[in-house]
Design a binder for this molecule. Structure first.
Ligand code: AR6
Length: 172
């Protein structure tokens, strides 16, 4: 697996799948979730409502994931992952790791070869960016990749990209 760390807007990437930092309702929100819904178009919310009505009346638990088409996005699939609220949830590190691992597991099942993640939980959900990057690094170093050939970590700001690069490329 090749790992890339880039600065950019995840909605503009053309990959097999992008991951959304969703909330348990999976019915949209602000941040990267809002940006993804805006570009994907109204079919996405309708599809998510169907999933809720048919399979998930209570929504998606923290650490859990669902998959939808990308609709008007350049990417084929969206994996909606629910990260922890840092100051509310017990064991936020375990829940953050679950959000990443469950996303990778679902991607592997769908034959995804290229996937990008935003910095789940590090915006509105308040997870410290350096601590989150350490967990992501540990997941990426231990995960048994099979179909997935390329993982892109897509950070929105230059500052966040530098924090992640320091954590990933620091020699210990
Ligand atoms: N591309 C890549 N990264 C982005 C983009 C983008 N277009 N836009 C924002 N980010 P957040 P969370 C970064 O708050 O903390 C929503 O309301 C952003 O700078 O989007 O997991 C959901 O519905 C930050 O680094 O997600 C939930 O209710 C990162 O994406 C809640 O927010 C994550 O920030 C989830 O909060």
């Amino acid at each position: 697996m090749e790992l890339k760390i880039i600065q950019g807007d995840i909605t503009q990437l053309e990959l097999d799948a992008i991951v959304n930092a969703a909330n348990p309702s999976i019915l949209g929100g602000a941040g990267v979730d809002g940006a993804i819904h805006k570009v994907a178009g109204p079919e996405l919310i309708n599809y998510c409502k169907e999933i809720r009505n048919r399979h998930l009346p209570k929504g998606v638990p923290t650490g859990g994931v669902i998959i939808t088409p990308g609709f008007n996005l350049p990417s084929k699939y969206i994996i909606h992952a629910v990260g922890p609220v840092f100051k509310r949830d017990l064991n936020p590190a375990i829940l953050l790791r679950s959000a990443y691992i469950n996303s990778l597991n679902l991607a592997e099942k769908r034959d995804v070869k290229t996937i990008a993640f935003p910095a789940i939980s590090t915006g509105i959900y308040g997870y410290p960016k350096d601590l989150a990057a350490k967990e992501v690094k540990s997941v990426m170093n231990s995960y048994k990749f099979n179909n997935i050939e390329e993982v892109t970590l897509c950070y929105f700001s230059a500052e966040d990209t530098n924090i992640a690069k320091k954590i990933f490329f620091k020699k210990v």
